[in-house]
Design a protein around this ligand. Structure first.
Ligand code: ATP
Ligand code: MG
Length: 323
């Protein structure tokens, strides 16, 4: 099977209508013109699509997305007991985090199937795809994506429709039960493109407790409602800090009351409240998400609370998706 032509290669194959330089295949659905019919499509080889989003940047979406994907992969089908097949797609074109969080930042170039679809890269048992896996990896290449809107929209379309998530990636390969999407912050082009083209089955909106983040939560909820994406629930991140020497939760970024009041006023459920845990950040930086850290090596009470909350969130999401 051939390998993918790196995005940003100088090849004429990399044009505004084919930013990832993929071989010609059937076209992705087009963004509908104003007033035109909306052509939402299911994603190939994916049964349910879950978006992880936030109105504000830096609130922990990517951290939640990878840990939630791995926690969903620990769920089992009620009828058969078969383990869930879950993947993660990073739709943050300008600031992809999934390669680093999943320990794939030095991974080899993804390959292509015979029909020209990209094969995801797998680490910790989780198939992953990200713009960051398609950028050139020369030494010291801090490559930045410098694309305008149309190019970004096309790249998002290719990432959505040109990945073969089956295992193995061929006729009869197992499809994904759930694809988790790590979205960029805000209500810009990417969530809109997604909402217009894809049947998204649920959205988890992550926020921190500060007022400035909460006003963006309202915008995020409104945007998903406008594009008819069901809101699975809100997730409060960095809700409190449990220091090892006392038993009182410290609300470093303000009381969670305002967050709960915001959720209630919008009629959306709260899925959980994750504490601020330095080990979560360290695990992310080390490329092995925190939910993978063995319980025996992580007995600190904040870490235990974080893991238990994430497991409960995964259960609620699994139920919401009807799996
Ligand atoms: N509960 C937590 N405890 C400790 N650190 C956390 C927690 N949640 C997130 N972090 C840290 O906060 C930083 C930002 O997290 P992350 O990159 O997941 O945010 P993001 O919302 O995806 O950002 P962006 O909007 O830039 O995509 C990271 O260093 C991450 O490790
Ligand atoms: Mg992120």
């Amino acid at each position: 099977m051939s390998t993918i032509r790196r995005a940003f290669a100088t090849s004429p194959a990399v044009r505004h209508d084919n930013p990832l330089g993929l071989p010609a295949r059937r076209p992705a659905p087009q963004i509908p013109r104003r007033g035109g019919p909306i052509q939402k499509r299911p994603l190939p080889y994916v049964r349910k699509v879950l978006a992880v989003a936030s109105g504000k940047g830096g609130v922990g979406k990517s951290t939640v997305a990878v840990n939630l994907a791995l926690s969903l992969a620990m769920q089992a089908h009620a009828a058969t007991g078969a383990p869930a097949r879950v993947g993660i797609l990073d739709l943050d074109i300008f600031g992809p985090s999934v390669p680093k969080l999943m320990g794939l930042d030095a991974a080899p170039e993804p390959r292509l199937t015979q029909s020209g679809a990209i094969v995801p890269l797998t680490n910790h048992g989780l198939p992953c795809m990200s713009m960051g896996l398609l950028l050139p990896r020369e030494a010291n290449a801090d490559t930045a994506v410098v694309w305008r809107g149309l190019m970004v929209q096309k790249a998002v379309q290719q990432l959505l429709f040109d990945i073969d998530w089956r295992e193995p990636p061929q006729e009869g390969g197992a499809e994904l039960d759930v694809l988790v999407l790590d979205l960029p912050p805000g209500t810009g082009d990417v969530p809109l493109t997604l909402g217009q083209l894809v049947n998204v089955d649920g959205a988890v909106i992550v926020s921190t407790p500060q007022d400035v983040a909460l006003s963006d939560v309202r915008k995020g909820v409104t945007m998903f409602q406008k594009i008819s994406v069901p809101i699975t629930g809100l997730l409060l991140n960095q809700s409190h800090f449990l220091c090892p020497s006392c038993a009182t939760p410290h609300h470093l970024f303000g009381s969670p009351e305002r967050f709960h009041a915001t959720a209630a006023s919008m009629g959306v459920p709260v899925l959980g409240a994750l504490p601020l845990v330095p080990a979560v950040s360290e695990a992310s930086d080390g490329g092995a998400p925190f939910v993978l850290a063995g319980t025996s090596t992580n007995t600190e009470k904040a870490g235990v609370e974080w893991r238990e909350t994430m497991a409960a969130v995964a259960k609620s999401v699994w139920r919401f998706l009807g799996r």
